[in-house]
Design a protein around this ligand. Structure first.
Ligand code: ADP
Ligand code: ADP
Length: 237
């Protein structure tokens, strides 16, 4: 469903961050992109939702080239891509459910929607999603009173509120302790398996990538150095 073909990106300072990257991702697949810091992982994710414009190549989402999409088409594509951030990006003084409801904004086109008039059904969905990530008892807790692992689960619920086809996440567990890491990764995996949502995660811990992924792409120095199943990854990689 997502096919990345030969993309390269040179930043304004002349730095060539990625070179001829190609790989494809199946529906509902859990894909990890692994590699050392500076390898180009974030650049690849930013290309997928077109936060940056690549120099060349194609990114086909259900056979439509995202790079050729006009503004309106791009808005529709982005509405299908949920984001989960390393540092959660929650509004700390707002409750968990209010943060999750923000995810509904991505689906709205009306001004009243943008002003935060949520429907009862949206509120019910937001509460159900918090329940799904094990936070049913924390719906009205302010985000800044939650632990890191709980905040990241709110982040996942917010991304799901958008009813995405794909979740992109850049180092979702880099700020978490080992116990919260397991909980958050378990929920990301559950989403891929049970909701058939494609999850694309940048991770720098190879062992975690191996444990949770269906498919791993290894990047080093801006190039693909591995593309296969976790059990094909040798210890040296
Ligand atoms: P990773 O996510 O694997 O750590 P990045 O994609 O963030 O790698 O970065 C790849 C390379 O591109 C790095 O050398 C980084 O310093 C550089 N880079 C990233 N963003 C920019 C930018 N906006 N301008 C210039 N260079 C950048
Ligand atoms: P992270 O690792 O959390 O993605 P970074 O520190 O790599 O964060 O990057 C933070 C911001 O700085 C990003 O917007 C990135 O594009 C930019 N950036 C990263 N490396 C460089 C660089 N070498 N030159 C200019 N901007 C950069």
């Amino acid at each position: 469903m997502l096919e990345i073909k030969d993309i390269s990106k040179t930043y304004d300072n002349g730095h060539k961050a990625i070179k001829n990257i190609s790989f494809s991702i199946a529906d509902g697949e859990f894909l990890s992109i692994i590699g050392p810091s500076g390898a180009g992982k974030s650049t690849v994710l930013r290309s997928i939702n077109q936060l940056i414009t690549d120099d060349s190549g194609q990114i086909l989402f259900n056979d439509q080239d995202i790079r050729q999409a006009n503004k309106q088409q791009l808005r529709k594509i982005r509405a299908q891509i949920g984001m989960v951030f390393q540092n959660y990006n929650l509004v700390g003084r707002l409750s968990a459910i209010e943060n999750v409801l923000h995810g509904a904004l991505g689906r709205k086109s009306t001004i009243s929607g943008a002003l935060g008039w949520y429907t009862l059904s949206e509120k019910q969905s937001a509460a159900a999603l918090l329940d799904l990530v094990g936070l049913g008892d924390f719906i009205y807790t302010r985000a800044n009173e939650l632990s890191g692992g709980q905040m990241q689960r709110v982040g996942i619920a917010r991304a799901l509120m958008q009813e995405p086809k794909i979740i992109l996440t850049d180092e979702p567990i880099a700020s978490l302790d080992p116990q919260s890491t397991t909980v958050v990764m378990d929920y990301l995996k559950k989403i891929a398996v049970e909701m058939n949502i494609t999850v694309i995660a940048n991770l720098h811990q190879v062992e975690i990538a191996k444990k949770y992924s269906d498919h791993i792409v290894g990047i080093n120095n801006g190039q693909v150095v591995f593309n296969g199943q976790p059990n094909e990854l040798t210890p040296a990689q």
